[in-house]
Ligand binder design. Structure first.
Ligand SMILES: O=P(O)(O)O[C@H]1[C@H](O)[C@@H](OP(=O)(O)O)[C@H](OP(=O)(O)O)[C@@H](OP(=O)(O)O)[C@H]1O
Ligand SMILES: Nc1ncnc2c1ncn2[C@@H]1O[C@H](COP(=O)(O)OP(=O)(O)O)[C@@H](O)[C@H]1O
Length: 632
């Protein structure tokens, strides 16, 4: 039986078993059901205090306080339809309680909402943490009212203690039966009974706790029509198993660690049949040890399975390879950079926050420092991704100063250059077998669409996990349009969703204090969609985004000359929006203007540095796949 399914079944089985056993108990116990529930609730509260439902949300002091409270007011990943209406929603940022991770349809944790429902605030799904807090509030309320009523009803003798006394009697009887005789030392016997009984309550409540929590989750998932998927496809569909209910897993995961500290109250009851028998202290210990051992192995294996699948379905498309990885808690870990970190901090309280992955602070791992970010691929099934580097230049002005003052030659960059175009380096560069970084970056900008259109495609990953990175010479409008059509498979709703999101971004950029005061160099827009028509675009990579000098107010849509610090971000955004329009026309067959990539290419050549090679049709790119990352 597969790990998670086994756990899920076990949890629900144990719940049922408890229900049956409860039914068979004495009348006295049945009458005191509500009190017993209260004790359970108390236990439950304690257990959750040590086992947060998702480690990323709390428990880590490295999270910075101001950002713990804030959260974007917008849904993060939305259906293509819903993106279209995003402009209509209020732009103001509401300060909401932290909701880093939410439950999506397939149960994977993610800051994702299914926005196919129009009323976002009413229909939004809650995070594991929010749900938990809500249930605590409710339980607390019930408890207080109930306790008040009881204390006034029964005066000094609480029903809780009456119930305990009844329990004690029952246990004493069972113990007498077991020992087959009378009990001589009453004080000692009482002590043993008290211990056994308390342990038994904790043991049972731990099982009931998981059972009832699981039942609640099952109910809410059923509402979402998930039951069928979980039962039907979990077993057969490796992808579904890969995107299994991580919130359930997280609980088991967190709980496993909590219980490893040998707290009996946090024991996970995986065999209720056994647990309902009365054991002697030694027997009970031995059984619990066994149960715990098998449980921790199962938990460990499940953890490994989940982690492996999630890791293999995650990809770093562009940028410095190895710089970014998926963290154990499902977050993205990016190698720490002071510049990027301060940008992300500032962005968390800027209107642009809804276009930026959630920032969770830092973490150290194996001596390395990382920035923790929301995984933007979470909640997507076989994601299709495109990374577009924005701006009319991708190097900072300081690179020019460096090239003038202490120019160092880069062999690696020379080699990259030659690989793309052996005729690109000058004779001197060929002799030196090296180029300056500035030279390389300028060459990259001019041979791609960066200099002319204000952005370039850095890479695309198709739904099969095929990665294409050969866009060095994708330069003209026609070529980029062709690339957009290829990337979206001409799906008009996706193209429109992207266009709409970019228009919303443009509006937000106008209002953003961050954007007004920063030179955004080397930043990307990450386009993500999947076959379930979820689509979104995110601003990522702020490693070279720096505050502008005080005397400079950037326009972002004018050409760059050295010293004006202009980045041309809005030039790129406008180009993208208009090329998406072209692609939509093309996809809907409305385009009367026949585009000719070659003529178009030649026009651009006149604007930029001439390049020797003509572009290859997009279909050829597939043959030149640089790497492959199969998701299944
Ligand atoms: O994309 P290719 O053609 O491989 O070139 C890369 C990108 O321009 C990187 O910019 P970005 O970070 O914007 O993607 C740049 O990093 P930095 O400018 O950030 O350093 C790399 O410089 P080196 O890291 O020096 O190699 C350069 O080699
Ligand atoms: N928050 C994120 N969620 C998912 N993928 C991400 C995230 N941040 C980055 N990536 C992936 O990593 C790649 C490189 O990210 P980037 O921040 O540009 O790195 P670098 O600074 O090395 O250029 C992106 O193209 C994308 O595939």
């Amino acid at each position: 039986m597969k790990g998670l399914e086994f756990l899920l079944r076990n949890m629900s089985t144990s719940t049922n078993k408890h229900d049956e056993d409860d039914a068979g108990r004495s009348t006295e116990l049945q009458n005191d059901e509500s009190l017993r529930n209260k004790v359970r609730e108390e236990e439950k509260r304690n257990m959750f205090a040590i086992a947060p439902s998702y480690p990323i949300n709390r428990g880590n002091n490295i999270m910075k306080e101001p950002f713990v409270k804030g959260r974007r007011s917008k849904p993060k990943l939305v259906s293509a339809q819903a993106v279209l209406s995003s402009r209509l929603e209020p732009e103001s940022i509401q300060e909401e309680p932290l909701m880093n991770l939410e439950i999506v349809q397939d149960g994977e944790p993610s800051a994702v909402l299914d926005c196919s429902k129009n009323n976002v605030s009413k229909d939004r799904k809650f995070t594991v943490e929010e749900r938990w807090e809500e249930s605590v509030k409710e339980t607390g309320k019930e408890r207080n009212t109930e306790e008040k009523a009881l204390s006034t009803e029964s005066g000094a003798v609480s029903r809780k203690s009456m119930w305990k006394a009844g329990q004690r009697e029952r246990w004493r009887g069972k113990r007498r039966e077991r020992l087959g005789g009378s009990v001589e030392d009453l004080a000692q016997e009482n002590d043993i009974i008290e211990k056994e009984m308390n342990r038994r309550i904790q043991w049972r409540d731990a099982g009931n706790h998981w059972g009832s929590k699981e039942r609640r989750d099952e109910e809410s998932e059923k509402e979402d029509g998930l039951e069928e998927r979980r039962q039907g496809s979990m077993e057969g569909d490796p992808e579904a198993r890969g995107t299994m209910s991580q919130h359930v897993f997280s609980r088991v995961f967190a709980h496993s660690f909590a219980s490893s500290s040998s707290s009996s109250s946090s024991s996970f009851n995986c065999s209720s049949a056994e647990s309902d028998e009365v054991f002697s202290e030694g027997e009970e210990m031995a059984k619990r040890k066994n149960v715990r051992r098998c449980r921790s192995w199962r938990t460990f294996l499940t953890m490994m399975q989940w982690s492996k699948r999630r890791q293999s379905s995650w990809i770093q498309l562009a940028g410095h390879q190895g710089n970014i990885q998926l963290g154990e808690g499902g977050e993205v870990l990016k190698r720490f950079s002071e510049v990027e970190d301060s940008c992300l901090q500032a962005l968390m309280s800027d209107p642009l926050r809804r276009f930026v992955p959630q920032y969770y602070g830092h973490i150290s791992r194996n001596g390395e420092h990382y920035i923790r970010l929301e995984d933007l691929l979470s909640g997507l099934k076989q994601p299709v991704i495109m990374d577009c580097k924005m701006g009319i230049r991708t190097y900072q002005e300081e690179e020019i100063v460096k090239a003038r003052t202490k120019a160092s030659l880069r062999t690696d960059m020379y080699q990259k250059m030659v690989k793309v175009d052996p005729t690109a380096p000058t004779e001197e560069e060929h002799e030196q077998k090296g180029v300056t970084k500035l030279r390389y970056m300028q060459w990259r900008d001019s041979t791609s669409s960066t200099a002319a259109l204000g952005f370039r495609v850095e890479g695309i990953m198709t739904e099969n996990g095929i990665v294409l990175k050969d866009f060095n010479k994708t330069q003209t409008k026609a070529q980029v349009t062709e690339t957009l059509l290829f990337f979206t498979k001409k799906q008009v709703h996706i193209l429109k969703a992207y266009q709409s999101r970019l228009e919303a971004l443009k509006e937000t950029l106008k209002k953003s204090a961050f954007f007004n005061s920063h030179e955004v160099i080397g930043g990307s827009l990450l386009f993500v969609h999947d076959h379930t028509s979820k689509a979104n675009i995110w601003m990522i990579d702020f490693g070279k985004t720096i505050p502008t000098p005080e005397n400079i107010c950037l326009k972002h849509d004018v050409p760059w000359v050295e010293g004006n610090h202009e980045d041309g971000y809005l030039i790129g955004l406008d180009s993208l929006i208009s090329l998406l329009s072209e692609a939509i026309k093309e996809a809907t067959g409305e385009n009367t203007k026949t585009q000719n990539p070659q003529t178009d290419h030649k026009e651009t050549e006149r604007i930029n540095q001439p390049q020797s090679e003509l572009h290859k049709p997009q279909s050829d790119l597939l043959k030149e796949t640089t790497s492959s990352n199969h998701l299944d």
